[in-house]
Design a protein around this ligand. Sequence first.
Ligand code: GLN
Length: 538
Amino acid sequence: MSKFVFVTGGVVSSLGKGITSGSLGTLLKKRGFDISILKIDPYLNVDAGTMNPFQHGEVFVTDDGAETDLDLGHYERFIDETLSERNSITTGKIYSSVIKRERRGDYLGDTVQVIPHITNDIQEKIIQASEGHDILIVEIGGTVGDIEGQPFLEAIRQMAFRVGRENVAYCHVTLIPWLEAAKELKTKPTQHSVQELRRIGILPDVLVCRTSRPMDDSMKSKISLFCDVQAVIECRDQNTIYNVPISLHEQGLDEMILKFLNLPVGTEPDLSDWQRVVDAYTLPEDEVNIALVGKYVAHKDAYLSVVEALHHAAIARNVRINIHSIESELLEKNSDSSSSLEKLREFDGILIPGGFGSRGIEGMIRAAKFARENSVPLLGICLGMQVIAIEFARDVCGLTDAHSTEFDPDTPNPVIDIMEEQKNLSGMGGSMRLGAYPCDLLEETIAARAYGELHISERHRHRYEFNNAYKSRLEKAGLVCSGICTERNLVEIVELQNHPWYVGAQFHAELKSRPIRPHPLFDGFINAAVEFMRSKRG
Ligand code: GLN
């Protein structure tokens, strides 16, 4: 039977519960346990697929095609495991499954209620996610006290009753704010948030206190005494999230949790790989400047995995990376463009990420053209790859009206189009190609060299595809289709021959990048950017 660690949050949101959960996961894994992590999101959406990146940040996609909260990305990157649909639940998912059963008559005439029916369903999904693992870490989104989080807190309270208190640990992540006027760290909000948890019957075992200043021992003892919590851990702001596992381990978090779970503490975890990541991050040999030309740059988490993947590659190449977000709309003709397009000269590489809707597309197309004509390394991801194809068709093949039917349904030259089989799938989100698909690479291409193998699998989240009707025409003009999903005959990667590094991938390469193992395309891109930067320097 599995054991459970429940991670709740108090005082404010955005305390880094996801990173704390992922860091704890990596520490426990390194002590020899089989770990998985479940994210509970108390919102009513069934999944994150319909959520606007401007509001909610990126949608993380798993191999099995689940559209999930971006915290799953943190988990995969920290514990280096592949997660699935089972690792994410929302209020919407729970209610729709309970209502479906009610309609089927499964409750045999019972009055269907939040307690016990919703709370039971939550517990069942927690148990399902734990199957086959020694420890399941469960992160409850939101903050203790939120109305919508209540059924989940009740369910995790009942879990102790169901599986035995000795098999669960409660970890509460809270804030110790610094009050400038008093020049003091304040513990009162934490006391109140623990009181709120206790009111519903959960007494946390560990408090992870997020703070901007060091907490002394007397403060920790005071929190311990007032909150009746034995273990108080300081989680100070770090210059990089990759330092969090090391810092939590130094304070004994992993050992404490294992003791609360009545598990042997095992061997000391080897954190040398994380240390290498931190060292490369903090003491780089050089630096590159990358332009991220996208639509959602205003939201700091909209391209979270892309940003992470860039950092992983930079770490592997021992360089600091400065990512300059550029709203693609600003590169458009009618927006004082000549000066802003020239601005692209300052960068060592350009990345065009994914996106939906027509806003800013022409700006991305101009950025792709700029990179092609000026030998600037370029990586296009999903929409970015489609933009590469459109730009190439227009400017190199002379199909000046070429477009994607997403943006111009009547274009005479739909180089990017929706495929017949996708059309038959209906509903918002329902017609997307989602999750992992295999891809075969063409030998002796940039892609094949980057991967070092010819058969790969990558994750998708898009509706439109490269239109094969234009394939030979674009190829004759010099575009190389270096990755093909053979089973569906779909173009997955395009690249240019007469350019140092110009690659577009229909899939979301960023989703499989890890701090200790950068993604081959990101690695190749950053390597090309480093070379470009050095060649400019002369
Ligand atoms: N909007 C494009 C499509 O649906 C690209 C999607 C994306 O970049 N994720 O095909």
